[in-house]
Design a protein around this ligand. Structure first.
Ligand SMILES: Nc1ncnc2c1ncn2[C@@H]1O[C@H](COP(=O)(O)OP(=O)(O)O)[C@@H](O)[C@H]1O
Ligand SMILES: [Mg+2]
Length: 227
């Protein structure tokens, strides 16, 4: 039987008093790679924010990993986020410290204590994204694609049950986008579940997968035409 990591029933998503998405129903099972597409302003980021507790779920039912989004308390949010790996368009690395120290900061903030275990984990995640030799560098010494690979490594630190990537290739040129996408594909093949918002249709064609579309304040699954 497949394991459900995300289930939404009749969810409505608001930004302030404005209805962004309504009647959202969907299930994501462990191991899936799912795209969330739709034009700018269609609600992709609002959707993601609801999943990581940045926007409250006030209407409908939502379960993500082990959390009920409807009854989620402020104090639960950091624990929910430890079970998620979140990747943003703009990387969000701390500019004042090396890559290793960026990752160390996250481990310490999430309760890790033993230095040898932390070092091993940092090496493991940097290796997964092909950045093992660059841990000593500062973010500004890396290209955009490299910074995003580090951000993906950071998302992997606490072995997330679901990775939410909001336009992870949005700031990258097409070739670099493909490199970042290859990393995400490999991570998915190793068993991780990924939900990725994008409006990069070239990537969708190159790496076809289950696709949800935000349009007209609804979310529905679209069937991709083969190329
Ligand atoms: N912080 C905010 N406050 C008020 N409205 C917002 C906010 N963020 C987004 N919106 C509105 O919500 C709608 C969906 O935006 P968003 O979820 O960012 O879409 P996308 O990520 O697909 O571009 C848009 O109409 C946008 O203007
Ligand atoms: Mg967005």
């Amino acid at each position: 039987m497949s394991e459900v990591v995300l289930e939404l029933n009749e969810v409505a998503i608001y930004q302030k008093d404005n209805l962004v998405l309504s009647e959202v129903n969907l299930t994501i099972n462990k191991g899936e790679f799912v795209y969330l597409i739709g034009k700018t302003g269609s609600g992709k980021s609002s959707f993601m924010k609801t999943l990581y507790g940045d926007l409250p779920l006030t209407k409908g039912e939502g379960k993500i990993v082990d959390y009920d989004l409807k009854t989620l308390k402020e104090k639960d949010i950091p624990y929910l986020r430890r079970k998620l790996g979140i990747v943003f368009q703009d990387f969000k690395l701390l500019p004042d410290r090396s890559i290793n120290d960026n990752l160390l900061f996250v481990l310490k903030a999430t309760g890790w204590k033993e230095k040898p275990k932390m070092t091993a984990k940092i090496n493991e995640v940097l290796d997964k994204v092909g950045m093992k030799t660059k841990g000593f560098k500062f973010p500004h010494e890396l290209s955009g694609g490299e910074q995003q690979r580090v951000a993906i490594a950071r998302a992997l630190l606490n072995d997330p049950e679901l990775i939410l990537a909001d336009e992870p290739t949005g700031n990258l040129d097409p070739q670099t986008s493909v490199e970042v996408m290859k990393v995400l594909q490999e991570i998915n093949k190793s068993g991780r579940t990924i939900l990725m918002a994008t409006h990069d249709y070239a990537l969708l064609l190159k790496y076809p997968s289950k696709t949800l579309k935000c349009d007209g304040s609804k979310v529905f699954e679209v069937v991709q035409k083969s190329v």
